[in-house]
Design a protein around this ligand. Structure first.
Ligand code: ASP
Ligand code: MG
Length: 475
């Protein structure tokens, strides 16, 4: 079975009975041509609601917890009622009630403990996806398309990093061969929960927020799928955020490398870890819009053959902070200090979005996500406490009034003068550049500016590099 199509439907594409009907129609159209496995997110906003409920439970806030549980029940009961014909109502309603009872049970446990054990959280929040997969699979069945809801925990094997687990490829492949493949061979369409997995000894895990894309790519790789289609609510990967840059355009094709860079640097369309599992088997991915079926979408491919010169897209992230590490002249090995600082960031489990230094003997700095800042500073202060106390390193003061821009394109490699043009375009807008970094692959240039200049700088770069929709010129 080498013509398998894996499709993933995001939260908005599963957001209501009407949206689920469209998702189901897409599944049936494709299933008429080839085997299909689909991966679903929870209905939009449900994961937030589940997480919030667990926080309320931990805080002992019974009233708010039951208000949340009521919203959770109503949203799914309404979808169930509108979606399914009478013949399939009772069975689905019983399934929904069972899953809701499971969430009640866990949140009551949290309420009694006054604590949210990470493993219990992962078990509880995957219930959002279990509800949506149950609804979609039952609806497909009711339409005469054999389908079965499958818990992703029975397919995706992961390490035990609760809340942000990583997949174990070999074990996942084995599980897929025993659980998913027989269904596909029987002509049944598995509707798999995105977002979750389990450890080798069966403890429930999740893959991080927005992780359903990642689930879909893990499964596509494990089952040697022919293609992966990711359905969202935008037309594809764009040259810039259209809310910032009105003439931003959808890119017909980008490479795995470009798409990953864009995702890691703030483009919301894909979960950053999605592409890694597909690289080895070169499985192509389409990013498509379930709200605009006639839009072709963006194809993400191993490499682009046509000559693509220059950058293809520019993204930005507002919620970042810059942490400078400043050695006091002399007396300490800069290399060793840098190693210790990077070690501290690893200890904090933080992601380094960019790292810059003109000379590590003077200052080097890290750009990290603002939500990770406090943890990172804590780890840096602990790990460098001796150096700071003895005055070898200045006390660490982060700068939160910054934003990060990434200009991305594999075609930038070897193209001279580009950095100059980008920097001139930014300075014409009167925006000061604080730090810059370009890796030697030359496919991303990262630029740190004051936050108030961020949007202006993004627009200036987009225009300077001609990334937007071509404007017809009068002749
Ligand atoms: N439902 C999960 C979340 O909201 C996973 C996903 O939607 O991809 O994070
Ligand atoms: Mg989502």
């Amino acid at each position: 079975m080498n013509n398998l199509l894996v499709m993933k439907f995001g939260g908005t594409s599963m957001g209501s009975a009407e949206r689920m009907q469209i998702a189901a129609q897409i599944c049936r159209d494709q299933a008429a041509k080839r085997p299909v496995l689909c991966v679903v997110s929870a209905m939009s906003k449900i994961t937030d609601l589940l997480l919030d409920s667990l926080r309320k439970a931990e805080a002992g806030d019974r009233t708010d917890l039951s208000a949340n549980l009521k919203v959770l029940r109503e949203r799914h009961e309404e979808a169930c009622g509108k979606l399914l014909p009478a013949s399939h109502q009772a069975k689905a309603a019983a399934g929904v009630a069972e899953l809701l009872a499971e969430f009640d049970r866990i949140s009551n446990g949290v309420l009694m403990l006054g604590e949210r054990p990470p493993r219990a959280v992962d078990e509880a929040i995957a219930i959002g996806e279990r509800l949506s997969s149950l609804l979609l699979a039952t609806y497909l069945e009711s339409q005469g398309c054999p389908a079965q809801a499958v818990n992703g925990a029975s397919l995706i094997a992961t390490d035990a990093v609760f809340g942000n687990a990583s997949p174990l490829a070999d074990a996942t492949r084995e599980r897929c061969d025993t659980v998913a493949r027989p269904l596909l061979e029987k002509g049944v369409l598995p509707v798999v929960t995105g977002f979750n997995g389990s450890t080798l000894d069966g403890r429930p895990t999740t893959l991080g927020r927005g992780g359903s894309d990642f689930s879909a790519s893990i499964l596509a790789a494990a089952l040697d799928a022919e293609e992966l289609w990711i359905w969202t609510d935008v037309d594809g990967i764009m040259s810039a955020d259209p809310r910032l840059v009105p003439d931003a355009k959808v890119l017909p094709e980008v490479t795995y490398g470009e798409a990953a860079e864009l995702a890691y640097n703030g483009a919301k369309v894909l979960h950053p870890r999605t592409l890694a599992p597909l690289v080895e088997r070169k499985i192509p991915v389409w990013s498509k819009n379930s709200f605009n079926l006639s839009a072709p979408g963006t194809k993400i491919v191993p490499s682009i053959t046509e000559d693509s010169h220059g950058p293809r897209a520019v993204t930005s992230i507002k919620n970042v902070a810059m942490i400078p590490i400043e050695p006091v002249a002399g007396g300490i090995s800069g290399t060793r200090l840098m190693a210790r600082a990077v070690g501290a960031l690893a200890g904090a489990n933080a992601e380094i979005l960019a790292i810059t230094s003109s000379s590590y003997r003077q200052t080097f700095c890290f750009i990290v996500r603002q939500e990770e800042l406090q943890t990172v500073i804590g780890h840096l202060e602990d790990d460098l406490s001796l150096e700071i106390t003895h005055g070898y390193v200045k006390p660490i003061v982060a700068d939160e009034n910054v934003g990060l821009i990434a200009v991305v394109g594999e075609g930038m490699r070897g193209s001279q003068g580009l950095a100059g043009r980008i920097f001139s375009a930014i300075s014409r807008e009167d925006v000061n550049i604080i730090a810059i970094a370009q890796g030697s692959s030359e496919s991303t240039i990262a630029i740190v500016v004051r936050r108030e200049g961020l949007d202006k700088a993004v627009r200036a770069i987009h225009q300077e590099c001609g990334m937007g929709v071509a404007v017809a010129t009068e002749s």
